[in-house]
Ligand binder design. Structure first.
Ligand code: NAP
Length: 282
């Protein structure tokens, strides 16, 4: 049987950690397959997806800037899983014989990391999310009405309004609050979990995304930033003896779930985690 081909489409894709993670998994399970980078410009996306079933590519990850356009294409030319439908974005494609299946594993990846890495169950809890961009939207749309309450704060009001409008289409909007800067103290004080979904922390010189004095005893911290082994936020939380995790686990589990969608096999999680950590160290 011919070697199977998988990969990631984006523009640019050069910095992706996914090849290391997936190629290590294929090797560990003795699957004759390779995961490659496909740099596809926005104008070329439809054509690329149109030829996918005949191209020999069995599965893809989708990254910036294609997640929404890929969802639109597959909506008319294939089928979407519930997560991709609700979020309005695809990050994983499985090429079937005649059509494409579009999925989104970002929300489930976050959830699995939250439960497995942080040992935090979000159901019935108060959650504060900093940032209302792509990553925050994936998380909030996956958590849905499960938590008692989700508060969102973004420096850009348009982003919080867009997230609220989107959430309202699927869930009881009384469970989602948009927080003003002056209400951050109160929202943090009553939260069980703080999620940093801003890019603050990606650079070592970045400040804290929230004032350290707001990290109260018992608060769990999930920092989506994954390019640093330890962010200022996670360091501060650890100093205060709080449970805290970086976003490496979300990155890992979105890949684990994608791998399982493509191969119908249980992913070798530990192997993938080791490969991811090694690739991050560069
Ligand atoms: P994004 O779409 O740019 O959204 C981030 C939002 O945060 C923007 O609206 C930004 O506003 C806002 N923001 C910036 N500073 C803020 C502050 N101090 N307080 C509140 N809001 C603030 O970015 P994204 O794609 O959602 O990614 C966000 C972070 O998640 C990045 O660090 C990314 O690497 C990480 N991420 C991790 C994973 C994972 O698997 N672990 C997956 C996806 C993303 P402005 O645009 O006005 O600055």
């Amino acid at each position: 049987m011919a070697k199977k081909l998988y990969g990631i489409i984006g523009h640019p894709v050069g910095h992706s950690l996914s090849p290391a993670m997936h190629n290590s998994a294929f090797k560990a399970l003795d699957i004759d397959a390779e995961y490659k980078l496909f740099d596809v410009e926005p104008e070329g996306l439809d054509k690329f997806l149109e030829g996918l079933c005949l191209s020999g590519i069995s599965g893809l990850n989708v990254t910036i800037p294609h997640k929404i356009k890929a969802k639109e294409y597959i909506e008319s030319n294939g089928s979407l899983d519930e997560n991709a439908k609700r979020l309005g974005a695809v990050n994983t494609i499985k090429a079937l014989d005649k059509n494409l299946k579009g999925c989104n594993t970002d929300g489930p990846g976050f959830y699995r990391s939250l439960v497995e890495d942080l040992k935090f169950e979000p159901e019935g809890k108060n959650i504060l999310v900093l940032g209302a961009g792509g990553a925050a939207t994936a998380i909030v749309m996956y958590l849905g009405n499960g938590p008692k309450n989700i508060s969102i704060f973004d420096v850009d009001n348009n982003k919080t309004s867009a997230l609220m409008e989107h959430y309202k289409k699927y869930y009881d909007c009384r469970k989602l609050n948009v927080i003003k800067p002056e209400d951050l103290n109160k929202a943090a004080g009553s939260s069980d979990l703080l999620v940093n979904a801003t890019p603050i922390g990606m650079k070592e010189s970045d400040p804290m995304p929230i004032d350290e004095s707001l990290l109260h005893p018992g608060l769990y911290i999930y920092d989506l930033v994954y390019n640093q082994p330890m962010t200022k936020l996670v360091r501060a939380a650890t100093r205060r003896k709080l449970h805290a995790a970086t976003g490496l686990g979300m990155l890992l589990y979105q890949g684990v779930i994608a791998f399982e969608i493509w191969t119908d096999k249980k992913a070798p999680v530990d192997v993938m985690k080791r490969a991811l950590k090694a690739a991050l160290k560069g």
